[in-house]
Ligand binder design. Structure first.
Ligand SMILES: NC(=O)c1ccc[n+]([C@@H]2O[C@H](COP(=O)([O-])OP(=O)(O)OC[C@H]3O[C@@H](n4cnc5c(N)ncnc54)[C@H](OP(=O)(O)O)[C@@H]3O)[C@@H](O)[C@H]2O)c1
Length: 315
């Protein structure tokens, strides 16, 4: 039996307990493909999974391989696969039910993958799916912010994985963007496309005036402050669940929770923006797969700029 290197969670006792080990290479079913993983993006959901957070939603059986986004090459296709062939360079968002991308090979449903942007290398491509799809869904889903040119949108944690895509998408859509971050991210966020920068350590959101919408990735008091700043009939999109306490608070504001049930078609819609250079992934650090604990510890600090990526095959 062929074995591969993989990262696995054997219990929910935290990052220190995960193992980098040999496991059997998975086999694709009829409508699945085997991917040779070249790079895997790291997201907060990965270190959260080591603590069993979101388990009621993810329903993972132990041991399980983390990693919710992938870039690599199709190695083998199932008998019913029609859109992909061995050798195709792909990227995609991992189905929650599947073992993930922190491994040399992984199985994916055919319909979770789209062609990798031609101008991005594998590490860059692997940084896109989760954060970009979350930002895209929050900003452009008709049930969400449904952002239009000329509107003002507030983006919290704008220097993070989701925020860096959200700022660029909102700018591309013609919106006025207010971004929150620490003072050291000011110039970075203004260069990325923000029109107004708010240092969340020293400035209150009262200062932003009435806004059309907010995309909140922080929660708690920040989310309440976002809600207070939104105009009547405006929209709050939350990446971190319903943190507005009293359900009756601001009934005149539409509230939308991003749940992570993303569609490959949206990634295909995002690909041209990456290929034209209008939007780019921001990568702060790349770790080898074997250094996954360091990567997850850094992610769990909550103060990463852009994305962390695991390079799986020395890419
Ligand atoms: N629902 C979904 O489908 C979905 C999808 C993706 C992510 N998420 C969730 O969304 C959240 C953000 O994800 P992410 O990948 O963007 O996280 P991330 O990359 O770890 O975010 C790090 C960024 O957050 C900033 N930050 C931390 N506290 C802040 C505060 N109080 N105000 C403003 N900025 C603050 C940090 O800036 P400084 O260093 O300047 O402090 C840093 O740049 C996480 O909780 C994640 O689990 C949900």
């Amino acid at each position: 039996m062929t074995t591969i290197k993989a990262v696995r969670i054997h219990n929910f006792d935290g990052i220190d307990q995960i193992r980098y080990e040999d496991i059997p290479c998975p086999e694709p079913g009829p409508d699945e493909v085997l991917i040779r993983v070249y790079a895997a993006g790291v997201n907060p959901v990965d270190w959260q999974l080591t603590q069993g957070i979101n388990q009621e939603f993810l329903q993972r059986t132990l041991p399980t391989v983390p990693g919710f986004e992938v870039a690599g090459v199709v190695e083998k296709t199932g008998s019913a696969v029609t859109t992909l062939a061995p050798g195709d360079a792909v990227y995609g968002h991992v189905d929650f039910r599947y073992d993930g991308s922190f491994a040399e090979y992984m199985v994916s449903a055919e319909d979770r993958l789209v062609p990798k942007p031609t101008n991005l290398d594998y590490v860059e491509a692997a940084a896109v799916p989760v954060a970009a799809l979350a930002a895209w869904t929050a900003l452009f889903d008709p049930e969400g912010i449904n952002l239009k040119a000329g509107q003002t949108v507030l983006i919290t944690a704008a220097a993070g994985g989701v925020g860096t895509f959200a700022v660029q998408f909102a700018k591309w859509a013609g919106a006025r963007v207010i971004a929150t971050g620490s003072a050291h991210s000011r110039d970075f966020l203004l260069d990325l496309g923000a029109d107004v920068f708010i240092d969340y350590h020293t400035q209150s959101l009262d200062a932003v005036g009435l806004i059309d919408a907010a995309l909140d990735a922080v929660g708690e008091q920040t989310q309440l402050d976002c809600l207070a700043a939104i105009r009547p009939a405006g929209v709050l999109a939350s990446l971190v669940g319903e943190q507005w306490g009293e359900p009756t608070l601001r009934p005149d504001v539409k509230k939308f929770v991003v749940h992570g049930g993303f569609y490959p078609q949206q990634l295909a819609d995002i690909t041209p923006l990456l290929e034209s250079g209008e939007v780019r992934p921001i990568i702060s650090q790349v770790f080898p797969l074997s250094a996954v604990k360091d990567a997850l510890a850094l992610s769990s600090s909550g103060h990463v700029r852009g994305k962390i990526v695991l390079s799986v095959d020395g890419q």
